[in-house]
Design a protein around this ligand. Structure first.
Ligand SMILES: [Zn+2]
Length: 162
């Protein structure tokens, strides 16, 4: 959408938000791309919409804390827009993009690399695109920043050379 006088007339209440968002976008430096799992068992679903609901229930006023969700079939779903600070890794949100794949637990609820072949490919493609947008960002797993977490239940070093 173009921002001009006519828009100011039509949407006076929206212009403030839009210009603030554009400023945030310009200001945001991304140095980390953090990979997560949604910590669900193989028979549980976790779409971006479902995660949005869960995160709101946990008190995230802006909803889903991740920027992207990769479903088991490889579908990419949008979370927060990239220009917005996420809520997915304490102490590192301001400078990062959060990417979450659906899964991460086995049938017993234990941490496991449950990525399907479609997810591996979709995740790789998304990380490649993010790396092109943020060439200086490091790709890491949540566990690399917080060893108390098993998430994302695989070693994200496999994407480090993208
Ligand atoms: Zn995580």
């Amino acid at each position: 959408m173009e921002i001009g006088d006519s828009d100011t007339d039509k949407y006076p209440h929206r212009i403030g938000n839009i210009s603030r968002r554009i400023k945030l976008h310009d200001m945001r430096t991304v140095t980390l791309i953090i990979v997560h799992c949604s910590a669900v068992k193989p028979d549980q679903q976790s779409s971006a919409a479902q995660i949005d609901t869960w995160h709101r229930q946990r008190g995230f006023q802006l909803g889903i804390g991740y920027h992207y969700v990769i479903r088991r079939d490889g579908t990419r779903e949008m979370g927060r827009p990239e220009y917005m600070v996420g809520a997915h890794c304490q102490g590192h949100n301001k400078y990062s993009i959060g990417v979450c794949y659906e899964g991460g637990l086995d049938n017993d609820g234990q941490p496991a690399d449950t990525r399907t072949e479609a997810q591996r490919q979709a995740l790789r493609q998304l990380l490649l695109e993010l790396k092109q947008r943020y060439p200086r960002a490091l790709i890491v797993g949540h566990h690399d920043l917080n060893p108390m977490k098993a998430c994302p239940c695989f070693d994200a070093a496999e994407y480090r050379s993208l």
